[in-house]
Design a protein around this ligand. Structure first.
Ligand code: HEC
Length: 114
């Protein structure tokens, strides 16, 4: 009897895990953004701190929209590190490489959600 209980508990766990793990793979996401990964959540925090005032919600503000074009990750990183025109450069003291990776992950989600 006990063995059956353990077995079915294990089965339930597996079932739960498979639900949580891959609910959204390959499926389009629509706003509001469902943030699932820690990297993306961190990226959002960085974005809100440093970028949102000029690119509100990824849309155009003082800066151009960045959620409507296919910007490759390295271009985003270059733009953030070097700055351009009115946009200031953000050095490692403000945004670490790790945070920059997260930021790019967040921007990809943001664009996919459009
Ligand atoms: C002070 C306002 C300001 C802030 C803060 C700012 N940006 Fe910008 N951003 C701009 C402006 C202005 C441009 C257009 C630059 C140009 O081409 O002259 C721009 C351009 C860009 C581009 C290129 C868009 C394109 O069409 O090629 C990206 C990507 C970008 N910003 C990302 C970011 C990210 C990520 C952050 C946060 C780390 C950020 N920006 C913070 C003003 C800002």
């Amino acid at each position: 009897m006990r063995r059956y209980f353990i077995l079915s508990a294990a089965f339930l766990m597996l079932l739960l895990l498979s639900y949580c793990g891959s609910a959204r793979r390959g499926a389009p996401i629509y706003a509001p953004l469902a943030i699932e990964s820690e990297a993306v959540a961190n990226g959002e925090a960085v974005y809100m701190t440093y970028c949102n005032k000029c690119h509100p919600g990824g849309a155009a503000g003082l800066g151009p929209a960045i959620n409507n074009k296919p910007l490759p990750g390295f271009m985003i990183k270059l733009q953030v590190r070097k700055g351009f025109g009115v946009m200031p450069a953000f050095k490692e003291e403000h945004i670490t490489d790790q945070q920059l990776d997260n930021l790019v992950a967040y921007l990809k989600e943001l664009k996919a959600a459009k």
